[in-house]
Design a protein around this ligand. Structure first.
Ligand code: SF4
Ligand code: SF4
Length: 400
């Protein structure tokens, strides 16, 4: 795979990433906005199926295109991808066409039979979501009964002989103290722990102020990752924490539009899974085909240009932190060339915060959901100290 802008002839791997590759190495494909759950922090505000969803034939044509581009694997998510009636057919089609699949699931449909079939299929990986190491922490976020469903799915996968599947955890204020317990659950199931950052995207914007880890928890998380990081997957979630000291393993830059992108259920291509907003919409596979969007979209070309550090450029940690996450800044109303809203040096405190952007779309359930979250603990609570509050203006946030 080569860098798109060969004229720059970068020599370091990170430079290849910075200038963009001719195919993404981290492609997320959200197959559907339909979901049987209504997690409070859902980054894609999923719930109801979009009637314009790609058809089975369109999905297969997209897989063909991935194969031609030598995209060796895709992360499939949603919504809950297994609620699509053709999900298993598409999974088989991808594998037959040399496109490996890692799919995320809440586990409700990972029965013993499905687990056995998955364990017998090469190039398929499963990522089970769980946001609390106990039902008391998990279910208020993900919904009643979701802890049991996720553990049952992991039991089924382990019993079927599936190795190294993933236990995926969004780190929140409620679960940072459970990191060792998550690791034990993963180890007990022969799974690998994957930690991701809570981003203020989708419904996550509504609860971010109440759920994002407090400053002392950011430090706790960093120290835990330093001690355990080799065995834990984090993607590009926590490079902003590298400002505490040594760089953490993983991608230490924002890969949006360079090595990362999202295809949504209707075929729209965004710069990153956490940036589903018209400002980060690069094009549509229905209009142009994926390859053309990836290589030619003006948005992606601009993201691959050298970026200035803006207000962060004088920071001693800039080389490892790079100003943090574009999506986190955007959805909290902070300037994209300024510090991350969770800047560990406290510099977000001095930034003027603008209006929080209105979401471009919302597929949340309108009616009652059987496994709805039980918000017994989520709500506005007085901070223990003023330093515990986010530097981002709390008045900008409304808890849904
Ligand atoms: S915007 Fe944030 S989540 Fe998206 S690629 Fe950049 S750092 Fe990662
Ligand atoms: S000032 Fe910017 S570069 Fe420095 S730690 Fe904060 S977000 Fe990172």
């Amino acid at each position: 795979m080569t860098a798109v802008a060969e004229r720059r002839a970068p020599t370091r791997l990170v430079d290849h990433f910075e200038y963009g590759l001719d195919a993404p190495i981290c492609l997320t494909w959200e197959l559907t906005y339909a979901c049987n759950l209504a997690c409070v922090h859902c980054l894609s505000s999923s719930g109801r199926r979009d009637p314009r969803e790609l058809s089975t034939d369109e999905c297969k044509a997209l897989i063909d295109e991935f194969e031609r581009m030598q995209i060796f694997y895709v992360n499939i998510g949603g919504g809950e991808p297994t609620v699509r009636p053709d999900f298993w057919e598409l999974l088989d089609y991808a594998v037959e066409h040399h496109v490996g699949v890692k799919f995320s699931t809440n586990g409700f449909r990972i029965t013993k039979e499905r687990a056995e079939r998955l364990a017998a299929t090469d190039y398929v990986d499963v990522q089970v979501s769980l946001d609390g190491a106990t039902p008391e922490v998990n279910d208020p976020i993900r919904g009643a009964g979701t802890y049991d469903a996720a553990i049952r799915a992991m039991d089924n996968l382990r019993d079927a002989g599936m190795k190294d599947f993933k236990l995926s955890v969004v780190c929140t204020r409620e679960n940072i103290s459970q990191l060792d317990e998550f690791k034990k659950i993963a180890d007990d199931h022969g799974a690998q722990l994957r930690l991701t950052r809570l981003r203020p995207a989708g419904r996550g914007a509504d609860v971010w102020q109440d759920l994002h880890p407090l400053p002392h928890q950011q430090r706790e998380l960093y120290d835990w990752l330093v001690a355990n990081g080799e065995k834990v997957l984090t993607g590009d979630s926590f490079f902003h924490l590298s400002a505490f000291g040594d760089a953490l393993p993983g991608l230490n830059l924002c890969g949006a539009g360079r090595v990362v992108c999202l295809v949504d259920p209707v075929g729209d291509v965004y710069a990153c899974p956490f940036a589903i907003h018209e400002n980060f919409l690069a094009g549509s596979i229905r209009d142009e085909g994926f390859q053309h969007v990836w290589r030619e979209a003006e948005l992606f070309k601009s993201l691959r240009e050298p970026q200035t550090g803006g207000a962060c450029s004088s920071c001693s940690a800039y080389d490892s932190c790079r100003g943090g996450c574009m999506a986190a800044k955007f959805f909290t109303g902070m300037p994209l060339d300024g510090p991350d809203p969770e800047c560990v040096k406290g510099n977000a405190e001095f930034v003027t915060v603008g209006d929080r952007p209105a979401p471009s779309q919302d597929h949340s359930h309108k009616g009652t959901v059987r496994n709805a979250p039980v918000p017994v603990k989520i709500g506005r609570r007085p901070p223990t100290t003023m330093c515990d509050e986010s530097p981002v203006n709390p008045g900008d946030f409304v808890v849904g």
